[in-house]
Design a protein around this ligand. Structure first.
Ligand SMILES: [Zn+2]
Length: 217
């Protein structure tokens, strides 16, 4: 009595953890997915199915990450994020239902890395935001980052647990990572791609026009 087993989050190839469906700490049986071709069964690389022996439901894992059921509530990370930030995001997504604080801590770290991807130091959010504003950071992104500063305790360093983080905060942090990436990386890239389609001779005309506008100001 009273000897409660601590919660153990689902992890790849673990033989027991708390089931994402029934929440029981239970044995988990792993199978590699396969398909039949010409009478032979071939493994589907990187795709595993894990059955809970308590409720008989199964989670689906791709490249060692649980993609079902935990990804239901979180959108995919922005494609332009650096690989390690995407990995952080997916790690946060895989634990957010059971550990929003853990997910929020990882996401704060991901935002710090994103700020570094954007060319800042990533040490002091206040200074970084100020520098990014000088670089033309859209007001909405600046507001989002300042919200992060205020929502998060400034004394809490990225990667540490903030006891006040809850499910909603974690969900907002997921959105913020993608929003910043969209505004600061994806949109400028798309605009540049469109602009690059303009022939050089036309670009020169445009530059000339811009210079004339500047002179008039
Ligand atoms: Zn179960």
């Amino acid at each position: 009595m009273g000897s409660k087993i601590p919660y153990k989050q689902p992890a790849y190839q673990e033989s027991a953890f708390n089931c994402p469906f029934c929440n029981a700490y239970s044995n988990q049986i792993w199978f590699r997915a396969f398909y039949f071709i010409r009478g032979q069964h071939m493994n589907l690389d990187n795709l595993d199915v894990c059955f809970c022996t308590h409720c008989d439901r199964y989670s689906i894992w791709y490249e060692e990450v649980m993609v079902y059921p935990n990804f239901q509530r979180v959108e995919q990370p922005n494609e332009d994020l650096n690989g390690d930030i995407k990995a952080d995001y997916q790690e946060a997504a895989s634990i957010v239902q059971k550990s929003p604080r853990g997910a929020a801590a990882i996401l704060r770290l991901a935002i710090q890395k994103l700020i570094i991807q954007l060319g800042e130091k990533g040490k002091d959010l206040n200074t970084d935001i100020a520098n990014l504003v000088k670089k033309g950071l859209p007001v909405r992104v600046q507001q989002s980052l300042d919200a992060l500063r205020v929502i998060g305790n400034e004394a809490i360093h990225p990667g540490e647990l903030d006891l006040r983080d809850d499910q909603k905060t974690a969900e907002q942090l997921f959105k913020l990572v993608n929003f910043i990436a969209e505004k600061m990386i994806t949109e400028p890239k798309e605009i540049e791609e469109i602009y690059n389609k303009i022939p050089d001779s036309k670009k020169q005309q445009i530059e000339k026009r811009n210079e004339e506008v500047k002179k008039q100001q």
